[in-house]
Design a protein around this ligand. Structure first.
Ligand SMILES: *Cc1c(COP(=O)(O)O)cnc(C)c1O
Length: 420
């Protein structure tokens, strides 16, 4: 039987539910911290290694604060994300600002915070110069186009809206060099949820070679390379986690071959992962509200796409445990649904589970990244609470559930009465 272990008992969940009704996302602090340490340890063989947590994956300041304690910076792409980082005390070059189609006020805020600005387009150099002034340090995002095969979620690079072409990079760095920019970085992000470690080594090689070419032609020195995010997680119990040390050692080898041998060291190595940092340590806990038997058998939960979009959006697999029935045989086939008036509001289709009954508690795994964060209010559905399971076994609500008042807060209901 394929299964995934849980870092909590049914009793603990009952205790939490007594205080905070389902649905909620539950995050395992211990798992997050241990994983952060494993990642740092594996990548410590790389020059100046730094991880910038992609805030969009889990934009909760309590989580970001935990990650800050573990030595991570923040990768932000909007004004609210910059403010989240600032509020947790992450400022200066511990922020990577990797945005696209960027408004002027966000560039200004990023510059004010002293963040590393990662430009998405050659035209943004002049835009930044005019709107905020060029900072001393600038990074550019590379889109390798047909040079690099993409993967399922992010697509093929030549179809992707992100980044500079190779020619534009030469043009852009030359312009900035002539304008007095002194420090440079290079970035790319061409994968999402990629489980093959070689993919990241290949990406590093591509960037190292490009740095050698640009440095040679323009006589500029690169300070860092940002390999982006995109390290995948084993959503399915039959998949394996990505071995960090295989990526780190592979990158180290390419570094020796291309960077050190061309006299381009030291070059710091950065990552901006989100999913792999928190994804496996989040759980959507939901109660079975109704069982429905028509042409198929449906498990209707008290959660819906407002709480977790990935299955409906990408057909993504999320493992489901029926709490307390871990040892029962999965002999029943169900579609596990939410309550949206959208037929793709399903957490699982044709999933084999033990027999499910009303009132059962389902744990939907791997919701710690791109889970809560993607939620929306379609159909008047409200987003859930977020609970942190602390290392000492206690729990804390780190975001309350939305209420109907939150749903109406952007509307002037009083004005409606005088409106005709
Ligand atoms: C989404 C995103 C990330 C994080 O991606 P993960 O798949 O969560 O690791 C990092 N950088 C950029 C620019 C992104 O858009």
């Amino acid at each position: 039987m394929v299964s995934k272990a849980l870092p909590f008992t049914k009793e603990k969940i009952s205790e939490i539910i007594a205080q905070y009704p389902t649905p909620f996302h539950l995050y395992d602090e211990n798992g997050i911290r241990e994983n952060a340490r494993r990642l740092k340890e594996a990548f410590s063989i790389l020059e100046g290694f730094q991880e910038f947590f992609a805030v969009k994956a889990l934009p909760n300041p309590y989580i970001i604060k935990i990650l800050k304690e573990e030595g991570f910076g923040a990768d932000c792409s909007s004004l609210p994300e910059l403010l989240l980082a600032e509020n947790t005390g992450i400022v200066g070059e511990s922020i990577m600002f990797s945005s696209n189609d960027t408004p002027a006020d966000e560039f200004r805020k990023a510059k004010e915070l002293g963040a590393i600005i990662n430009l998405d387009d050659v035209s943004h150099i002049k835009f930044l110069e005019d709107e905020a002034g060029l900072p001393e340090l600038v990074c550019c995002r590379y889109n390798p186009g047909p040079l690099k095969e993409g993967n399922a979620i992010i697509g093929r690079p030549e179809e992707a809206k992100y980044g500079f072409t190779r020619e534009q990079l030469f043009e852009g760095y030359r312009y900035m060099r002539d304008k007095g920019v002194k420090r440079f970085g290079l970035h790319t992000m061409v994968a999402s949820n990629e489980l093959n470690p070689r993919y990241f080594v290949e990406t590093a090689k591509l960037l190292f070679e490009l740095i050698a070419d640009i440095s040679g032609e323009l006589g500029i020195k690169f300070e860092f390379v940002n390999l982006g995010g995109g390290i995948g997680i084993p959503y399915h119990p039959k998949q394996e986690p990505v071995p960090y040390d295989v990526i780190a050692r592979g990158v180290r080898e390419e570094y020796a071959k291309i960077i050190e041998s061309n006299g381009l060291a030291p070059l710091k190595i950065y990552l901006e992962c989100g999913r792999v940092i928190t994804g496996p340590y989040g759980y959507l806990v939901t109660t079975v509200r109704h069982m429905k038997h028509i042409y198929k058998d449906y498990v209707g939960t008290d959660a819906c796409m407002a709480n977790l979009m990935r299955p409906g959006l990408y057909g993504a697999y999320h493992h489901i445990t029926v709490l307390g029935k871990e040892d029962e045989q999965p002999c029943f086939k169900y579609d596990v649904t939410g309550s949206l008036c959208e037929n793709n509001d399903k957490f699982a289709i044709d999933r084999m589970l033990p027999q499910v009954q009303r009132g059962d508690i389902l744990v939907i795994h791997d919701t710690g990244a791109h889970g809560y964060a993607m939620g929306f209010n379609y159909n008047g559905k409200l987003r859930s609470a977020e609970i942190l399971l602390r290392q000492d076994g206690s729990f804390a609500q780190i975001r309350r559930a939305e209420t109907v008042d939150d749903y109406f807060v952007t509307l002037d209901m009083a004005g409606l009465n005088s409106f005709s």
